[in-house]
Ligand binder design. Structure first.
Ligand code: ADP
Ligand code: TRP
Length: 332
């Protein structure tokens, strides 16, 4: 029997999951479970870098858990847990912080962006920047390194975090010996950035998302708001600059995509009809997951129970690793 590689990833519970999260992160991660040992978690302590509302955070943790499960995560095959249930991760994060050059964190994108924005506005450089944002990449390194991870499926935007994780692991191993597994990012270039309803990257922070398992009427509403040019029904249209077409390609069969491309070029199809067609397509695609999601959200003890079981299994891996790390650094 060949030994399977270990895949691990996390998604912050900082907003309701959307079509971009599904296509860019959840779906590829679930595909990996076929030939990897998978460990997937809800990064709830990363979420508090932005979410400061107790009720909202509680809701979003359930929302994220129900979404993964409704999308097809099988907790018998994947170790599925909440980051906050694994104390070893936080212990490791401190140890790693003591191996992390400060300059490495100074260069991390989200911290640097906050500083740059303050500079542009003529504010004090650290205005509104808390240490959690600065420390974010170290906690992420601990998430990954506590589980002997080989590959981390993530979107392009997480590439730098993985490079930082690798640097930290090397720094630790150089001092204490080859204890930590150095992971690799697994970035699927074929899943480009999914556009939002305004054509920019679909993102909670741009308020341009198409919800994944939200109510059907919200799906319809967001699709009806997708921005297009103002070409009339009979005019030929450019599929490659159309958000509707871009979204269509993720859900329609390849033959349907080719046919639609021709229809765009020849004219005779209006954007209103295209929106209806896209709605039908996405609605059919999410229908089963939406039902599962609703039933899980109405039965939260089931989610609690799944996550508790997952945390137990996860701690059986992180515990021994931490023992090894403590021993290596001289703390018994
Ligand atoms: P958001 O930008 O909405 O806050 P997150 O930063 O929480 O999303 O992203 C969670 C995961 O989903 C990441 O792995 C990210 O790469 C992926 N992702 C988010 N938005 C998109 C998108 N528009 N297209 C492809 N992948 C995305
Ligand atoms: N930073 C990731 C994001 O914003 C979430 C995350 C936290 C993560 N810890 C992780 C992803 C460990 C992969 C591995 O999407």
């Amino acid at each position: 029997m060949t030994v399977q590689k270990i895949a691990l990833t996390g998604i912050k519970s900082s907003g309701s999951p959307h079509i971009g999260n599904y296509l860019g992160a959840i779906k590829p991660a679930l595909e990996l479970t076929k030939d990897h040992e998978a460990r997937y978690f809800i990064a709830d302590y990363h979420a508090i870098t932005t979410v400061k509302d107790k009720k909202l955070l509680e809701e979003q943790i359930y929302d994220m858990a129900a979404t993964w499960l409704a999308a097809g995560l099988n907790p018998d095959e994947v170790i599925f847990y909440r980051q906050s249930d694994i104390p070893e991760v936080f212990e490791l994060s401190w140890i790693l912080a003591c191996m992390t050059p400060k300059g490495l964190l100074n260069r991390a994108h989200s911290y640097k962006d906050s500083i740059e924005k303050n500079k542009e506005k003529g504010k004090d450089l650290d205005d509104g920047v808390h240490c959690g944002l600065y420390y974010y990449p170290v906690l992420m390194a601990a998430d990954i390194l506590a589980f002997n991870t080989n590959v981390v499926p993530v979107g392009q935007d997480q590439k730098q975090h993985l490079e930082i994780t690798r640097d930290i692991a090397h720094a630790f191993n150089q001092v204490y010996g080859e204890i930590l597994t150095v992971p690799e990012a697994l970035i699927d270039d074929s899943v480009k950035t999914v556009p939002g309803i305004d054509g920019r990257k679909m993102s909670k922070s741009y308020n341009n998302v198409i919800p994944l398992y939200g109510p059907q009427k919200d799906l319809q509403k967001s699709i009806s708001r997708i921005v297009t040019d103002s070409k009339g029904v009979n005019e030929p249209k450019d599929p490659d600059s159309c958000n509707l077409f871009a979204l269509y390609t993720y859900f329609a069969a390849p033959e349907a995509v080719s046919a639609k491309r021709e229809q765009y070029k020849s004219g005779g199809m209006g954007y209103g009809d295209m929106k209806n067609e896209l709605f039908e397509l996405i609605d059919a695609f999410v229908a089963e997951g939406r039902d599962k999601y609703a039933s899980l959200m109405a039965n939260r003890e089931q989610i609690d129970w799944i996550l508790e079981e997952g945390a137990e299994k996860a701690r059986q891996i992180a515990g021994p690793l931490l023992q090894k790390v403590r021993h290596a650094i001289g703390i018994q």
